[in-house]
Design a binder for this molecule. Structure first.
Ligand SMILES: NC(=O)C1=CN([C@@H]2O[C@H](COP(=O)(O)OP(=O)(O)OC[C@H]3O[C@@H](n4cnc5c(N)ncnc54)[C@H](O)[C@@H]3O)[C@@H](O)[C@H]2O)C=CC1
Ligand SMILES: O=C([O-])CC(=O)C(=O)O
Length: 378
């Protein structure tokens, strides 16, 4: 039963350039009392990826409170989601004026708000359409939930992670260990494609994916595929190309957008891993973060050990083949451009230089039992 249901009509100046329609907020909670410990906020929750993501996270016993934020439709979906009989409380907000309340006590914030129609465009166009929105949210994060962990899904993530990082830096709230670009979609695709070629259950396959979140920056490290990495050269090239272009295949068929369901699954896996890390469990995920593991890349997706502070340890670039080194160097050229685009947009006066790191970091530890199937909700 809902014991609080109110509608407030407010006009907001915030994000005017992104969302011109008058804002309103509906707020409800279906449970009184109690102090939820694990609060996850999803911004852009009523979108095509946000809806299935919210449904998946509502089923996690690790989450006490799920807050949906979206300038369009959050409240209806929130009410509906609240009917799912799992323990986590749901609240929903359509007014950006309610951000202080919606972000309050957030431990994990997932940002996948995006301008309408941005997701099937070029990296540059997506950046132009979404950069103001992401910049403005990063300012709000600095004010209302500076210590949360931020999972950035809004594209292009190669540039949006630097945008969030630089804004939080400018506001004195920057913690590079807590800002992640979500690249898990490319990991789950790689696992699945490798499983298909090798005749293995995808749940038993584990492949690190380095680089970034777009096209040529996605670098599957097939030489480290577990439990088996025996591929012909033709298979290596085909698998790499299939992973790098999977989104194009989907856009060609769906026309208006890339992946939404697989993206929601991947993001929920990443969020649950973050939460497990917060709870002190030893979890490893690949994600795009501020990095010093390659001398020419300020940000890079590598395997990360997650922990209570976000990135517990960056496991770095494992031993990779010459072919993979070549893919990675190509990826880094694109990532450099994406990062420069973000710094130019924000007019960053004194951008960080790349740092030379320990080039001898060894490959990440792999699970002992490679064929213990993964489950999302354990
Ligand atoms: N990194 C990854 O693996 C993936 C990234 N994406 C990206 O995630 C983003 C979302 O994708 P979709 O859900 O397919 O898009 P969508 O267009 O269906 O949803 C975006 C949602 O954001 C909301 N929104 C717009 N401005 C807002 C604001 N200022 N505050 C709050 N909400 C706002 C819209 O109302 C909409 O519901 C896109 O940038 C897409 O490219 C999507 C899938 C995978
Ligand atoms: O790969 C997909 O289908 C979706 C994607 O990359 C994105 O929007 O970042």
């Amino acid at each position: 039963m809902f014991n609080l249901f109110k509608v407030v009509r407010i006009s907001s100046k915030l994000f005017k350039s992104v969302h011109e329609a008058p804002n309103f907020s509906v707020r409800y909670a279906h449970n009184k009392g109690g102090h939820p410990q694990m609060k996850v906020v999803i911004i852009g929750a009523a979108g095509r990826t946000g809806q299935p993501l919210s449904l998946m996270l509502k089923q996690s016993p690790l989450i006490d409170e799920l807050t949906l934020v979206d300038t369009s439709g959050a409240c209806g979906f929130g009410i509906e989601l609240g009917h799912v009989d799992t323990k986590c409380k749901v609240s929903a907000y359509s007014s950006l004026d309610s951000l202080p309340e919606s972000l309050d006590r957030a431990q994990v914030v997932v940002l996948l708000a995006a301008a309408n129609g941005s997701s099937a465009r070029s990296q540059e166009d997506m950046f132009k359409m979404n950069c103001h929105l992401v910049r403005d949210y990063a300012k709000e994060f600095s004010k209302h939930c500076p210590s949360a962990i931020f999972a950035i899904v809004t594209d292009p993530i190669n540039a949006m992670v630097p945008v969030v990082s630089e804004v939080m830096k400018a506001n004195g709230t920057y913690n590079p260990n807590k800002i992640f670009g979500v690249t898990t979609l490319h990991v789950i695709r790689t696992n699945t494609f490798v499983g298909n070629i090798l005749g293995l259950e995808p749940e038993c396959v584990s492949v690190p994916v380095l680089g970034g979140g777009s096209d040529r920056t996605i670098v599957p490290i097939l030489s480290l595929a577990k439990p088996c990495s025996e591929f012909s050269t033709a298979e290596l090239q085909l698998l790499t190309s299939n992973v790098q272009t999977a989104h194009r295949e989907i856009i060609n068929i769906k026309r208006t957008e890339a992946s939404t369901l697989a993206a929601a699954f991947a993001t929920s896996r990443f969020v649950i891993s973050i939460i497990k890390g917060l709870l002190g469990k030893n979890v490893i995920e690949c994600a795009y973060v501020k990095s010093v593991v390659h001398p020419h890349s300020k940000y890079l997706a590598t395997p990360l050990q997650l922990g209570p502070g976000g990135v517990q340890r960056n496991l770095g670039i494992p031993d990779i083949t010459e072919y993979e080194k070549c893919l990675l160097e190509t990826a880094i050229l694109d990532i450099q451009k994406d990062v420069a685009m973000a710094e130019k947009f924000l007019d960053v006066k004194d951008p960080d230089k790349c740092n030379v790191c320990n080039p001898n970091i060894k490959s990440p530890p792999c699970p002992r039992d490679h064929c213990k199937p993964r489950t999302l909700y354990d």
